[in-house]
Design a protein. Structure first.
Length: 566
């Protein structure tokens, strides 16, 4: 197709990148280990870890996994926040020829059970803070190995002991648990150091990640990302940020750039924008375990002159309104990448005023590794769009029959490029629903492309709700709410929210008149991770339906919009 938008590309960004320059992510990692050996790769709780240390530690993890009989292509789950163990395990799993299954640490037992069963994970690396959740599903899943990590594992004896004591006994962040035959993370490192590592043959078409995303059936699906997908997107992202990094309005960038890793590494945005791009650039990633703890976040990044800051709108907004954040040195900040949810004009303007660095809004999905398009990184202008397609990437706007619409008309955003997943894990039916015969992935987002090639998202074809950058599918929430014995029927929609962009609202028809909002909220808290839980509950005597009895979510949304406009 005619990529007419290329004439509007920022200077220096190529139309295409050579994504065949690496045969696998393993090759990328090992190049970085050799090239940047003495540089600091990650900092967690003030403790630095060099590229050389990451090389040795991840090799220990890889050797240990191989010694346990795991074969190429077997899946390994990782259920941890942003701690030093995370990049070690990711690199170790991939270097063993295995597949990473990223798991949200805040999942409930129900959500965790589904993901472990669906992926067929044979092992899991989990922070002990979340082991009580795993305990509840152990008997129902086919895990062969459980590795327990603690916050202080990699912080040295004195600091590690203190951190573990505070986490376990002062803050009481580790609920009691029993996980028989689990292996401690430091034991894995010790045993792995005595085992010979066998370098596997990993190709660009081998599966690297199963990145779970919401499902229209109420069950999450694993977007199957092969090494080629993720390498391509990392190289596309690298090419795109160069004009911002080398902005002529600022002095040359430092030899080693610094990235803030406030996005969770289990999320595809951080995986590509922080973990992999950081390896490619030889950057330092400052790990933020809990970005909601703003004082701790500011304290962690204060010693550094940050160069790149990927985040979601809600975090940019919170920091731009934080007095202590205002006191930091932003003289090296070149690129602030906004993704996961729409960047609001007011937030973009305030962030620019505070930091002197514009927020560059980008667009992507788990199914696209994730980057699809972005605004230029060398301009202060706020466009309100998702920018131009990345190198090697085509965007087309389709009508309901799957045919391209004229420029300026609404339709579904469809994407084709080397970063598009190979399909949903062991789910050909769901894959067929989103892939066109000529290889375009149908995003479910409704957009308009203008004559320059910039696309604006105007709606969602799906009923998906976007809460702080996380996809929430109404079917999943409705399945949980309707399973409460006091509920006759329910419907879930997204409503505007100043903090999270959207929030979940559930409309309920009672079966038991005694059912209260408090009881329903408690029930949801047991079944759903935080961002999926309803923020609002409205009880009704009936719900709007079609002639055949289908609940009309659209009508409920329209009612809410009218309330907001009143």
């Amino acid at each position: 197709m005619d990529r007419f938008w290329l004439k509007n590309y920022p200077k220096g960004v190529p139309a295409d990148i050579d994504f065949t320059q690496y045969s696998s992510i393993v090759e990328l990692f090992e190049e970085a280990f050799a090239k940047f050996r003495k540089r600091t790769a990650y900092v967690g709780f003030g403790k630095p870890m060099s590229f050389g240390e990451l090389d040795e530690l991840s090799k220990c993890v890889a050797a240990w996994l191989q010694s346990k009989g795991l074969k190429k292509g077997d899946r390994v789950a990782i259920m941890m926040p942003n701690v030093l163990q995370y990049p070690v395990v990711v690199a170790g799993v991939l270097r063993a020829g295995l597949v990473v299954v990223n798991v949200n640490p805040l999942y409930t037992p129900r959500e965790l059970e589904h993901q472990l069963k669906d992926s067929g994970a044979k092992a899991i690396f989990i922070l002990e803070n979340f082991a009580a959740t795993l305990q509840k599903v152990l008997a129902k899943v086919a895990l062969e190995h459980v590795v327990l990590a603690s916050m202080g594992d990699m912080l040295g004896f004195a600091k590690g002991t203190l951190v573990n004591f505070v986490v376990r006994h002062v803050k009481k962040m580790v609920p009691e648990f029993t996980v028989p035959n689990a292996t401690r993370f430091n034991t894995v490192l010790a045993e792995g150091s005595r085992i010979s590592y066998a370098h596997p043959q990993v190709s660009a078409e081998d599966v690297a990640f199963l990145q779970y995303t919401g499902g229209t059936t109420g069950l999450s699906k694993g977007a199957t990302l092969v090494h080629r997908n993720v390498i391509a997107n990392m190289l596309q992202s690298e090419a795109w940020v160069q004009p911002g990094l080398h902005n002529p309005k600022k002095p040359p960038p430092p030899e080693q750039i610094v990235l803030v890793c406030a996005l969770p590494l289990y999320h595809i945005f951080a995986l590509t924008a922080n973990c992999l791009l950081g390896m490619r650039l030889g950057a330092t990633n400052v790990l933020i375990p809990n970005p909601r703890d703003l004082p701790a976040l500011v304290k962690e990044i204060k010693p550094f002159k940050v160069t790149m800051f990927p985040a979601v709108n809600t975090l940019f907004n919170a920091l731009a309104n934080n007095d202590e954040f205002h006191k930091l040195d932003f003289s090296d900040l070149r690129v602030s990448l906004g993704g996961g949810m729409a960047v609001q004009r007011s937030v973009a303007e305030q962030w620019l005023a505070v930091t002197g660095c514009p927020i560059c809004e980008a667009y992507g999905l788990s199914e696209t590794s994730p980057g699809v398009s972005s605004n230029p990184t060398d301009t202060d202008a706020y466009s309100g769009t998702i920018g131009l397609p990345f190198p090697n990437t085509e965007i087309v706007i389709l009508d309901d029959d799957g045919k391209p619409v004229p420029l300026g008309e609404r339709g579904e955003i469809a994407i084709r490029g080397p970063q598009v997943m190979v399909g949903y894990w062991q789910n050909p039916d769901e894959t067929a629903k989103v892939m066109t015969p000529d290889g375009f992935f149908k995003s479910g987002d409704i957009g308009i492309m203008d004559e320059r090639g910039y696309t604006t998202i105007v709606d969602r074809k799906k009923d998906m709700i976007l809460v702080s950058g996380f996809n929430v599918f109404p079917n999943e929430i409705e399945a949980v709410v309707s399973s409460h014995p006091g509920v006759l029927e329910c419907a879930v929609i997204g409503v505007p929210d100043d903090k999270s962009g959207e929030a979940v609202k559930v409309f309920v028809v009672k079966k038991d008149e005694a059912l209260s909002e408090r009881e329903l909220m408690r029930y949801c808290a047991e079944q759903l991770t935080g961002y999926k839980r309803p923020k609002y509950v409205e009880f009704r005597t009936e719900l709007p339906k079609t002639n055949v009895g289908k609940i009309l979510r659209r009508e409920l949304r329209d009612e809410e919009l009218k309330k907001g406009a009143a």
